[in-house]
Write a protein that binds this ligand. Sequence first.
Ligand code: NA7
Length: 519
Amino acid sequence: MYQLYSLRDKLGMTAKVLEAGSGVGGTWFWNRYPGARCDSESHTYMYYFSKEIIQEWEWSERYPQQPEILRYLNFVADKLKLRSDIELDTRMSQAHFDEATNRWHVKTENGKEYNAQYLITAVGCLSSANMPKIKGLSDFKGKWYHTGQWPHEGVDFKGKRVGVIGTGSTGIQAIPVIAASAAHLTVFQRTPNYSLPARNAPLTPEFKKYAKEHADDIRKIMTTNTNGHGFYIEDKSALEVPEDERLKAYEKKWEQGGFQFRALYRDILTSAEANETAAQFIRNKIKQIVKKPEVAELLADIDHPFAAKRPPVDSHYFETYNRDNVSLVDIRKAPIECITANGIKTTEHEYPLDIIVFATGFDAMTGSLVKLDVTGRNGRTLREYWHAGPRTYLGLQIPGFPNMFTITGPGSPSVLCNMPPAIEQHVEWITRCIKHMRDKGLDCVEVPESSGDAWQAEVDAAANATLLPKVKHSWYLGANVPGKPQVFMPYAGGLSHYRDICEEVIQDNYRGFEFHAAR
Ligand code: NA7
């Protein structure tokens, strides 16, 4: 939606948006699972469509829930009169680059065909559901759901025995809400996870006023910091601070809630020793909150550095394990063997269930792109080109795929950020590039292999300067999808630094890109 608004507003271009769902909203259209909400704070979770919209729209909570975000996106679609340019229920099934005309031919599942100079993919980094292939699912007599494809009419858990597989951000959001209505909830945990309390609450009138009056200042911070949040990371090492001072600081941020905890020290993601100070603080908190020692032990037995997998924020996640109707199963020790007609069978027990919820995440970053069935120069498909892992230039273009841009593609900061500022930066960059081409009478832009190779070296170097690639079971590396190449995919050098690089590239006459004039 943002790309359509930006292209139309800045270039006066006709843009056709193909949207697989029967409504606008993308990720917020599909992810309707219980407890789904944004984990960045509402005043920073503002796709910056216009100053007027920022002033007019009013968020109700510190972390908006999915229905509120979806209402916002529908409000924007109406306000900016975008609906006439959006084709709903239109899933792209194929795109082919015609080298003779420098244009893309696009086919959709409902049999429509389009011809376009530019193909801009905005398919989301976390939109292709990862549904584990567990033997016996088709025998299950109850109902099962993936959180990313939740039924619009909702699911009634009342009186049901429910199993949740997965304790990533989604599972951690859903578990407390499901536990509140289910007869019994069994959580199947493979990898224990850190989580910070969100401390969600309604926004006060004073805060709403402040956020509107300071919208420009907040936006400036979001666009000039590492992760696109509304605060900066302190320029201080966790190791240069005396322990009692550090613990007090962690305690204060824990009480305040949210990601500012992670911003206390600059080296939390670069030094194992600094990271351990935060990790240990959280593990101790888990053990204080969870009353049954054996359950606390299982939850706190975390095998990776804090925030080295995408860190969740929660509303009463750990407290939920104090409920009598919740139990935790360690499937790292006793893996799931199969699903039976009656429930889930691990190597130790069978757990009878009426409903299974798969909070098992996504084929992240590349899954939705590869599924598009895109063919570039010389008839080469994206699936073939990326068989050993994704390769892009700046996460914006892929060698061999001219006139195609990838919003938050692999090789860009994307999932390491609050997503809206990362998306907007890409949209603005692409808009400028297209304007440049129009002004100069150019009709084709592409990147050579050498640009992709050089950028991949930067992506690797940025990742290796952090603790992130050390976690081998992370979806940042594609490890959650069996058979997927294990390559660290996002750019870990920070959004502000990346933004500077993208700007330098433009100033240096689009360094690394090649343009061709119209024939
Ligand atoms: P995640 O973060 O990928 O979490 C998925 C969870 O599901 C995680 O605990 C996985 O364990 C678990 N999982 C995945 N496959 C299996 C199988 N086969 N068996 C058991 N457990 C499994 O996805 P989310 O949807 O929670 O979050 C993704 C992002 O979307 C998130 O950052 C938000 O910003 C929105 P594992 O850790 O792989 O052992």
